[in-house]
Design a protein around this ligand. Sequence first.
Ligand code: AMP
Ligand code: ZN
Length: 114
Amino acid sequence: MENCLFCKIASGEIPSKKEYESDNILVFHDITPQAPFHVLIIPKVHISSMNQIGDLNPDIIKEIFLTIPKLAQQNGISEKGYRLVNNCGDFGGQTVQHIHFHMLGGRHMQWPPG
Ligand code: AMP
Ligand code: ZN
């Protein structure tokens, strides 16, 4: 997908601070971290938002979710906990139109999110 920031990050055209990479997914640190640990988990293939997750190979959906507790373990945040966020669309606060899951940890989160 042309002119998609996260496609360019996935291909390496735009650099990122990578936390984990496989053939199908990339985990990289958010450029404006909102917590001591803040990464974004993306499929490398372009899917614009949660509304289109049905277009994503179920094996990749599974890989994304199974990677999360591994990242938590590796970064020492399993026990205290963390937050997983998907912003979808305008009202959801989505600013990059390539599906991504925020994983935030290392501090106590507030609720409601505002
Ligand atoms: P959202 O608002 O849910 O669409 O999240 C987009 C996220 O991408 C924001 O938290 C941004 O800080 C983050 N972001 C934007 N540009 C970059 C970049 N070049 N590298 C890493 N994260 C980025
Ligand atoms: Zn994309």
